[in-house]
Design a binder for this molecule. Structure first.
Ligand code: AMP
Ligand code: ZN
Length: 493
């Protein structure tokens, strides 16, 4: 499973490439993190599930992984190009709170989602505001040859680097899709790397710089944090597909300028060898939009009774480069699929424990051979640009193999789960029960009533049994006699 070469789709070359680390035995990965002005929606979290699977795959293949994710707490405007207000300043003003409080609250909420989705901690979370002096140094280094100053700030001249925008699909020379809002820009696609505080205004977050008091541009932040921690060039840079159009082309332009100025490489050095982008999670009714009142946060799924790993399963069922449509039915189906896996593992654990306590030797000593083709299929799938959809079916095929030692099978499942991250060895059926937060009845109460009902049925007192069932139904609890998945009950919404 580990010796199959890892092929990844590089958005820069638009083809699959065999992963060749810059530093032998190592993998250095940078993932664009959230702007912490609001809760992440589940679409945002798809970007981190994808980056997590990438990281887990690299670790599994034996690379010493250094993964960095940033937290943007300054500089990201409401428009990805140069229009609009700073998202953080805007939210702080709306809430009459300090930016630092806003940033702390939403960073913690984001970290809670990271944990709930079983996304591994990166080696480093880089916080943008902690890198402002490094950003000023970086900007100083490229300013003379690549930038020009306007009243509103320091701008990057995209005509000073080779082949600007080669990453973007929608790019034209006019800078398609951009709103020309800044007078004096030399090219429509030029962007601010330092934004001066307008005269007469004070911002909550501002710093002194050679270009006046102000704040760094969002694109500058990622160039600086990635280069500072991972060194240019590093291996892989990831983000959502929207970043392929503006944010990453701008990062690349800055990286080229920086690397060129510092004699690090040829003019084409884009900072990272491979640029990878996950496609979007979409939802028809617009509930993904953070401006739409109740939007699709992970906590909403949890409140409606879904275990967060059902959402991880939903993500894994699709290829990261395909658009994925969210629906509650789809989430329910992903939960059921996860539950089937968990039930199979529970049965294997019981069987294994029986064998161990009875000191029975495995019945089939040649089990390794039986697993080999499935491990090969699993390894081939994840090595083929992280095809988790096929990897999942290989896992299910392993579960279906007959006449193999339960302990060996568990070991194979555990190995596969180090990449999938579904927590299959520790989750229980009970963890996966659908239990909405609005429910007033407790699990203990449900279990107690069900125990009484069991007694009544054993005594053939069907009138009492039916009454108890109706009582539960009146409180939203559906009793599920003889359910093929082993659900005892579920709570309706
Ligand atoms: P932001 O906090 O807006 O910078 O976004 C955080 C990450 O989520 C970025 O990598 C975005 O590209 C990504 N992203 C935004 N919307 C979606 C979506 N609907 N589906 C998947 N990824 C998304
Ligand atoms: Zn970024």
């Amino acid at each position: 499973m580990t010796d199959i070469p890892l092929k990844l789709f590089n958005s820069l070359t638009r083809q699959l490439e065999v992963f060749q680390p810059v530093h032998p035995g190592e993998a250095r990965v940078y993932t664009c993190g959230p702007t912490v002005y609001n809760y992440p929606h589940i679409g945002n979290m798809r970007a981190y599930v994808f980056a997590d699977v990438l990281g887990r795959t690299l670790s599994f293949k034996g690379y010493d992984l250094t993964h960095v994710i940033n937290i943007t707490d300054v500089g990201h405007l409401t428009d990805d190009a140069d229009a609009g207000e700073d998202k953080m300043e805007k939210m702080a003003a709306q809430r009459a709170q300090s930016i630092w409080d806003i940033a702390r609250h939403y960073t913690e909420a984001y970290w809670a989602d990271i944990k709930a989705l079983n996304i591994r901690q990166p080696a480093r979370w880089t916080i943008a505001t902690e890198y402002v002096p490094a950003m000023i140094d970086f900007a100083k280094g490229i300013a003379e040859r690549h930038c020009y100053e306007l009243d509103s700030g320091l701008y990057f001249d995209v005509s000073t680097v080779a082949d600007y925008g080669r990453l973007a699909r929608a790019h034209t020379d006019e800078g398609e899709g951009r709103i020309e809002t800044v007078e004096g820009k030399r090219n429509a696609a030029d962007f601010a790397i330092w934004r001066k505080t307008p005269p007469g205004e004070t911002r909550q977050m501002e710093w002194d710089s050679p270009w006046g008091r102000g704040a760094p541009g969002w694109h500058l932040e990622c160039s600086v944090m990635s280069g500072a921690v991972l060194g240019f060039p590093f291996d892989i840079h990831t983000g959502g597909i929207d970043h392929r159009e503006i944010h990453h082309p701008n990062e690349i332009a800055q990286n080229q300028a920086h690397c060129c100025t510092n004699g690090l490489d040829v003019a084409a050095n884009s900072g990272a060898n491979i640029w990878m982008h996950n496609n979007f999670l979409v939802e028809r009714s617009g509930k993904m939009s953070k401006s739409a009142g109740e939007f699709l946060r992970l906590q909403l799924l949890i409140d409606k009774g879904y275990h967060p790993l059902a959402y991880r399963m939903l993500c894994l069922q699709a290829h990261y480069r395909s658009e994925l449509e969210f629906s509650w039915e789809g989430l329910g189906a992903a939960l059921v699929r996860l539950k089937r896996l968990v039930m199979a593992v529970e049965a294997l654990k019981t069987r294994h424990a029986e064998l161990v306590s009875a000191s029975i030797a495995p019945s089939d000593t040649a089990t390794g051979e039986k697993f080999a083709p499935f491990l090969e299929r699993f390894g081939g799938a994840v090595s083929d640009d992280l095809n988790t959809a096929i990897a999942l079916t290989a896992l299910e095929e392993v579960i279906a193999i007959k006449k193999v030692d339960a302990g060996d099978k568990l070991a194979v499942i555990a190995a596969m789960d180090t990449i999938l991250g579904l927590d299959l060895l520790t989750l229980t059926r009970a963890d996966l029960r659908i239990r909405p937060k609005v429910a007033t009845i407790t699990e203990a109460e449900i279990d107690a009533t069900l125990a009484l009902r069991k007694e009544a049925r054993a005594a053939k007192d069907f009138a009492t049994s039916d009454r108890l069932r109706d009582e539960l139904a009146a409180q939203g609890v559906e009793v599920m006699d003889g359910d093929s998945l082993g659900w005892d009950w579920k709570l309706g919404e």
